[in-house]
Design a protein around this ligand. Structure first.
Ligand code: NAD
Ligand code: 13P
Length: 315
């Protein structure tokens, strides 16, 4: 396991502590990792003999990591991305699995689902979805690799749909957090989640007409949306943002509340807003657009309800 090296307040290196205690004391304290897990600070060294690579890091770091990996991975290596987010390039939006595929010239599946890390770590039952492009055999390999009695994985031939579900639900979770911070109640929150799901589906299908309706009923779709809007970090920090009337920035709250962990929803909302403006789709996605405008201080948190329900006509 490659680990981005950090010096802990004790003066020790994070990788040394993980290897001596078998625990990631900074990001997953209290959980023993498997004894076969070795933390390696050198990226090249960590990947050199691998024939299957699992990518999981906040999405803002992926491009830099891939640049360092060019020419360093084994030929024919298979990859899977657990990363929820996207990049926006001059040419338009680029999903993280495509970025990995294109930069490294390798195949990349995705795994998304209702998977809050702390709960999986204590082996509470959950489901996940593997999205694949064409090769069912590879998808089955990933399913076998990830499946445990408490982690049930299903393959779906819709890589874009699965990845967009995981990516876009983080923006809806920010909206749900605003509703919680404003103490608007469960009916309002459910309404915001429904409107958000409708925008997730419409946006995914506009971007990739091949995206399947059924994908939204898999763990990566409605289930991940529900768990993130109930118990995720995006929701939690957005709630604090609304409670403070938008006076403390997301960066400040993230640093204070998450101790080094990274929010994906705020940057995804900004990236999404760029795509919507560029394509002239802002009017079609009032909830997505409003989340970004609240995050940047152009609208107050209460606008989430006022502005989101301009029912667009998705034909
Ligand atoms: P995180 O938000 O906890 O961020 C901390 C991680 O970022 C640490 O592993 C740290 O080493 C790494 N990091 C910090 N600075 C870095 C740098 N400059 N370069 C590279 N790495 C750096 O991370 P996470 O929760 O593991 O999230 C990673 C991805 O997994 C995200 O896309 C997230 O949406 C997705 N995800 C997270 C969860 C969850 O519950 N945590 C569940 C499903 C999917
Ligand atoms: P948060 O990043 O909001 O905690 O969501 C985690 C997640 O993606 C659960 O599936």
């Amino acid at each position: 396991m490659w680990v981005f090296e950090e010096i802990l307040p004790s003066g020790e290196k994070l990788t040394d502590v993980i290897n001596s205690t078998n625990e990631n004391v900074k990001y997953l304290p209290g959980i023993k990792l498997g004894h076969n897990v070795v933390a390696i600070p050198d990226l090249e060294n960590a990947v050199k003999d691998a024939n299957m690579l699992v990518f999981v890091t906040p999405h803002q770091f992926v491009e830099g990591i891939c640049k360092r990996l060019v020419g360093k991975v084994k030929e024919g290596v298979e990859a899977i991305s657990l990363i929820k987010g996207m990049e926006v390039k001059m040419e338009g939006p680029c999903m993280i699995s495509s970025l990995i595929s294109e930069q490294l010239g390798i195949n990349c599946c995705v795994l998304m689902g209702a998977n809050i890390a702390n709960e999986i770590a204590v082996e509470k039952f959950s489901e996940a979805t593997v999205g694949y492009r064409e090769n069912r055999e590879i998808a089955e390999k990933w399913v076998t690799l990830f499946s445990t009695p408490y982690f049930m994985v299903s393959p779906v031939q819709d890589v874009e749909g699965v990845e967009l579900c995981g990516t876009l639900k983080n923006v809806v979770a920010i909206a749900a957090g605003f509703v919680d911070g404003l103490e608007m109640g469960n009916n309002t929150k459910a309404a915001i989640m429904r409107i958000g799901l409708r925008e997730m589906k419409a946006f995914s299908k506009l971007l990739f007409p091949s995206v399947k309706d059924t994908t939204f009923f898999e763990s990566c779709g409605v289930a991940d949306l529900i768990t993130t809007c109930l118990g995720g970090r995006n929701r939690k920090v957005a709630e604090a943002f609304a409670k403070n009337g938008g006076k403390r920035s997301f960066d400040e709250l993230e640093a204070e509340m998450l101790q080094g962990q990274k929010l994906q929803g705020v940057s995804t909302a900004r990236e999404l807003y760029e795509v919507l403006s560029h394509r002239g789709w802002l009017e079609l996605f009032p909830l997505f657009a409003t989340v970004h405008e609240i995050c940047t201080g152009h609208l107050p948190p209460s606008a989430i309800v006022e502005y989101s329900e301009h029912k667009p006509n998705f034909s």
